[in-house]
Design a protein around this ligand. Structure first.
Ligand code: C2E
Ligand code: CA
Ligand code: CA
Length: 389
């Protein structure tokens, strides 16, 4: 039936497989990659989930549509799983599918995007020595992304996000290097570079009468250093700033071995006047336990609960309860991943304090920040979401 619909919708070439094993055989035999795979979840021999794992492992250039009569929570969980396997999922349809919805999903397929993705995988991998040389040569710099107040649109600060300005490959984002840096013992070096540059920029902006703070991502490993809080405090003051101009964003990503040291540093940093933010709240190790024991003043809710939250009940409930909890604990709440006016409005309805995301601005080079802030305040754009909310 699906084959019939696809042909009627104008598909040139449709291959039919009885299950995942069959599908993989066909894919292997064809000279050219298929554009779109439409797969059920519950199939004999190899089910849709296993098929996705194999497709993900092979870095498939094909897009995927799930066609299933399973209940919504299960389909949603599988949609998340597909993303985790780095599959370009166009969406899911009921069984039998409505031709209209199917057509919409097919039209959202963008072959170039997938090619880009698959060619990016293995080719952009750097050896630790290359990364270290880049660090030593000052090729790592912060890009900055604004954090603004939801009620007035005022810019409070900017998060520093590491970028590698590679002489051949251009500006590279963290996913290309951050894991290698963490695993290879270079994270303190990166953190130092980020602190030096971000505080220098913060001072420059403040000297131009821009009342902003900077936020820096600090890895747990760096927080195990004895004496870190004192050194950082001294450094920030030497730069002509005060600790309250610096926010430290912390995520627990690994099993904590030196918990005592980390908590000592965080408590002392807080005592000195730094803002401590719990990053990626709601994911992995970033848990209620962390909330309970960290001297945090700010809660950054992970973007997986923010982007498009209005359309998904589970995200919306988690978002709303996290914001409520932050308020009751007296923490400043920050939502990351605010991509649309709808995201913004929902957050303002839920009483979130601050927002960060593409809807406001993408991370930008330091040189662009002052100009961006001036335009943001003068072109009235920040009034748009505020009025709408
Ligand atoms: P993060 O701390 O959660 O930073 C936010 C990430 O979300 C950034 O990705 C940012 O570009 C992205 N983002 C911002 N707004 C939106 C949006 O509206 N939609 C979507 N889809 N994404 C948005 P980026 O710059 O690629 O950084 C990724 C991660 O790398 C950061 O996640 C952080 O964990 C890590 N990282 C970046 N710089 C540093 C650093 O200097 N030190 C350490 N330890 N980690 C860093
Ligand atoms: Ca962060
Ligand atoms: Ca995050």
């Amino acid at each position: 039936m699906l084959v019939g619909i696809l042909k009627r919708l104008g598909a040139d070439e449709v291959h039919e497989a009885a299950n995942g094993t069959d599908a993989l055989d066909i894919i292997e035999r064809l000279d050219q990659a298929v554009d779109i795979i439409v797969s059920d979840l519950d199939m004999p021999e190899m089910d849709g989930m296993e098929l996705m794992r194999h497709l993900g492992d092979s870095n498939t250039p094909s897009s995927l549509i799930i066609a299933s009569s399973m209940d919504q929570p299960l389909v949603r969980a599988v949609v998340k799983m597909a993303t985790a396997y780095r599959i370009n999922l166009l969406g899911s349809v009921d069984k039998p599918p409505s031709p209209d919805i199917l057509l919409q999903l097919i039209e959202s397929h963008d072959a170039r995007k997938n090619q880009h993705r698959s060619s990016r995988g293995p080719s952009l991998q750097f050896r630790l020595e290359e990364i270290e040389a880049g660090l030593d040569n000052g090729q790592f710099e912060p890009f900055f992304q604004p954090k603004v107040l939801l009620d007035s649109g005022r810019v409070l600060g900017l998060e520093a996000l590491a970028r590698w300005r590679h002489p051949e490959h251009g500006v590279l984002p963290p996913f290309v290097f951050i894991e290698e840096i963490e695993d290879g013992g270079l994270i303190d070096k990166l953190t130092r570079a980020m602190i030096e540059r971000a505080t220098a920029w913060c001072k420059t902006w403040r000297d131009q009468d821009l009342d902003v703070a900077v936020a820096i991502n600090i890895s747990i490993h760096t927080l195990t250093q004895v004496g870190l809080a004192e050194r950082l405090t001294r450094y920030v003051i030497e730069q002509g700033l005060e600790p309250r101009h610096v926010t430290l964003e912390v995520t627990e990503t690994v099993a904590m071995t030196d918990l005592g040291r980390v908590l000592e540093n965080l408590s002392r940093l807080r005592m000195k006047g730094f803002t401590i933010a719990i990053d990626d709240y709601g994911t992995g190790y970033s848990s209620m336990q962390q909330l309970d024991r960290t001297a945090a003043t700010e809660l950054k809710i992970d973007r997986s609960f923010v982007t498009g939250a209005g359309k998904q009940k589970s995200s919306r409930v988690i978002l709303q309860s996290s914001l409520e909890m932050a308020a009751r604990l007296g923490l400043t709440s920050v939502a990351e991943g605010v991509e649309t006016l709808a995201d913004w409005n929902l957050l303002s309805e839920f009483g979130c304090d601050q927002a960060q995301g593409y809807f406001i601005a993408r991370p930008m080079a330091a040189e662009e920040v002052a100009e961006w802030i001036k335009n943001w305040h003068t072109d009235g754009r920040h009034e748009l979401p505020v009025q709408a909310g």
